[in-house]
Design a protein around this ligand. Structure first.
Ligand SMILES: [Zn+2]
Ligand SMILES: [Zn+2]
Ligand SMILES: [Zn+2]
Ligand SMILES: [Zn+2]
Length: 488
């Protein structure tokens, strides 16, 4: 029997048949037989096989004569029904279901569904190369007849053969097919050359070791013979020549053993599939209460959504008000404008901690903190935006001003009262608004932002203090003084 390398043969054949293999160790494989092949293999589902003898009763020792090997070979042969032609429709169900699952809060619609046909030629070659061992492998090649180019064959055979409808394709150009087949064969030849080159490198190491072993052995004999008396009736010189010839003979045997003879390589097509593949394409329109997106999908390509913020592909996702796909966990609702936005646009109010977007937030001129609408106030003295908790009461005029305008308990208006030189129209307006019992001999005033403070004085003591608001044109604070400036 020829010495085949059994392990690669089993691995490639199982791959061709769609049988899953897990390598447990370099000699032991776990073979997982799909249900459709179970009956063919005596009802086995999972089985461990080994290429060396083991004492484990659960592991089948595999040789070329084993039932399993023979059956696999037969199944491969059965699959090779020669030339097959058929059509296959790749539908949009998988990508559509994926999008629906990944965008659970969205309404998904498929628009502009269309179909595109491409003819492919698949061909599987069995390549046999002969060196010290005879090695076989199966390899598939794929040709796109529409674009006239070789494509990488990386199909899952079960998936490829699934749902093919046998159909004769009569409109195929035979001469063209012939050229393509020849091109594929030359590709398979190139591939075999690469395989042989790889094997040669592997073998070179083994061969070098063998030669070294032979040389070491004969070097030792040579040395011993130089010392010893001849005992076989040949002269020492003749004996050394004999050893040298033996050595050369053994080395050339080894070289011959590890040699690959390219003319011994055979490449046979074992299966050809001419496939007209129809691929559905469409535009997916996904919409929720906030935004919408459109995506082009193609039944042949797997689609994967990705978070616009993190590029993470783990869903679920949602669509933001600015029409971006983000992970649900990376989206927030602005409590002001109610838009759904990604977290890079999120702030929270310093006072109430509500989530607000960058467009809605106000920034305190004092602390630079983010503020929601409810907790934003304008200081009527400096007219700046500050947080509602950044105000301080002036004990004199009883008004709240920001911490900049009222650092201590006396506001900057109260601190800067100055005697008035003449009665301006504004002072006149304020005086006209005074109640009848508010009178004074002289006045002091200060003005900042929207506020005017007016202090009325008698001969000796203060008479009254009022705060006038320019926005509303009203007096918002009235205080009367008694003797010795005592507030009434
Ligand atoms: Zn907002
Ligand atoms: Zn707030
Ligand atoms: Zn202020
Ligand atoms: Zn004040």
């Amino acid at each position: 029997m020829e010495l085949y390398e059994l392990k690669p043969y089993i691995i490639e054949s199982c791959d061709y048949l769609g049988i899953d293999i897990k390598e447990i160790s370099s000699d032991i494989l776990l073979i997982q037989i799909p249900d459709n092949l179970k009956d063919e293999l005596n009802g086995i589902n999972n089985t461990k096989v080994s290429f060396v003898k083991t004492s484990d009763p659960n592991i089948t020792y595999l040789t070329f004569e084993s039932f399993f090997t023979q059956k696999i070979a037969q199944l491969v042969a059965d699959r090779n029904t020669g030339i097959g032609t058929g059509t296959k429709l790749l539908k949009l169900d998988a990508p559509t279901n994926y999008i629906k699952a990944q965008l659970p809060s969205c309404n998904i619609q498929l628009l502009d569904i269309s179909q595109e046909n491409t003819d492919y030629l698949f061909i599987w070659f069995k390549t046999t190369v002969r060196g010290n061992l005879v090695e076989e492998y199966l390899k598939g090649f794929k040709y796109n007849l529409k674009e006239d180019k070789v494509e990488t064959y990386n199909e899952d055979i079960n998936f490829l053969l699934e749902d093919i409808k046998d159909e004769l394709l009569l409109d195929v150009n035979e001469a063209h097919l012939d050229t393509v087949l020849r091109e594929m064969l030359s590709l398979a030849k190139e591939d075999a050359e690469i395989f042989i080159e790889k094997k040669k490198i592997e073998n070179k190491e083994i061969l070098d070791k063998e030669i070294k072993r032979i040389n070491d052995y004969y070097d030792m004999l040579y040395y011993e013979n130089q010392l010893a008396e001849s005992s076989k009736g040949v002269t020492p010189k003749e004996e050394l020549e004999l050893l040298q010839r033996e050595r050369e003979g053994l080395i050339s045997q080894q070289i011959h053993k590890y040699e690959y003879k390219s003319h011994d390589t055979t490449i046979e097509p074992i299966a050809i599939l001419m496939l007209r593949q129809t691929v559905e394409t469409a535009t997916v329109h996904a919409v929720n209460n906030y935004g919408q997106i459109s995506l082009h999908i193609n039944a042949e390509n797997t689609i994967s959504l990705e978070c616009a913020l993190t590029n993470d592909t783990n869903g679920p996702f949602t669509i933001t008000s600015d029409d971006m796909i983000v992970q649900v966990d990376n989206a927030f609702n602005c409590s002001e404008c109610n838009r759904l936005l990604d977290k890079s646009k999120e702030s929270s109010c310093k006072v109430c901690d509500q989530k607000i977007c960058n467009d809605c937030e106000e920034i305190s001129s004092l602390s630079r903190a983010s503020l929601c609408h409810d907790h934003t106030q304008r200081c009527q003295s400096c007219i700046e935006v500050v947080a509602s908790d950044e105000f301080h009461l002036c004990v004199n005029c009883n008004q709240f001003y920001c911490l900049k305008c009222n650092e201590s308990s006396l506001c900057s208006l109260c601190k800067s009262l100055q005697p008035i030189q003449g009665v301006t129209p504004q002072v006149n307006q304020i005086i006209n608004l005074l109640p009848n019992d508010f009178s004074a001999k002289k006045y002091e005033s200060s003005e900042k932002g929207n506020r005017v403070n007016l202090l009325g004085k008698g001969t000796l003591f203060k008479s009254f203090l009022i705060v006038f608001d320019k926005n509303t044109n009203t007096i918002i604070e009235k205080q009367k003084y008694g003797l010795f400036n005592k507030k009434k």
